[in-house]
Design a protein around this ligand. Sequence first.
Ligand SMILES: [Fe+2]
Ligand SMILES: [Fe+2]
Length: 186
Amino acid sequence: MNTRTAAATRPEEERLTLDEAAIDRARENLDDGALTPSAGPWRGQIVELLNAALATELVCVLRYKRHHFTAHGIASPAIAAEFMIHANEETAHADRIAERIVQLGGEPDFNPSSLLERSHAEYDDSDSLEAMIRANLVAERVAVETYRQMIRLIGDKDPTTRRLIEDVLVDEEEHADEMKDLLSRQ
Ligand SMILES: [Fe+2]
Ligand SMILES: [Fe+2]
């Protein structure tokens, strides 16, 4: 069967047809900015997922900063510096996630009183370098698992959010690898 015949016999429901009415509606409601009709019914739930991710990132910032300033021991200067690099990268993640929440018409939740309850990862104020690294490795693995699940859940419901989370996941996997290496040297 040549391709022309295949195309001619393809069932009507398989045609890739744009929703022209939705494109027309995109010309209205300009206050919605990037939010157009196909942003659809998942928007609220995606904002909820993003707010939990935002809380997680903020807790990670606080944990890494605490570790940066309290790390001590022979190897501590290099490791403390690594903790601060991670704190800054988690800050950048939090900022990108908050920005996306606003683009989706949601409200980024920075309320400190409920941060830990809403975060997937834990805070940690261990004194030993090894315990700090271990706590960070656990948190990074929690972040990696959470973001992998979010990518699957969001799928093609919101490609921009999915790409954002895919970017963040790359960093979290690097963080987890780095913490694993540090732990193996303790
Ligand atoms: Fe992060
Ligand atoms: Fe991380």
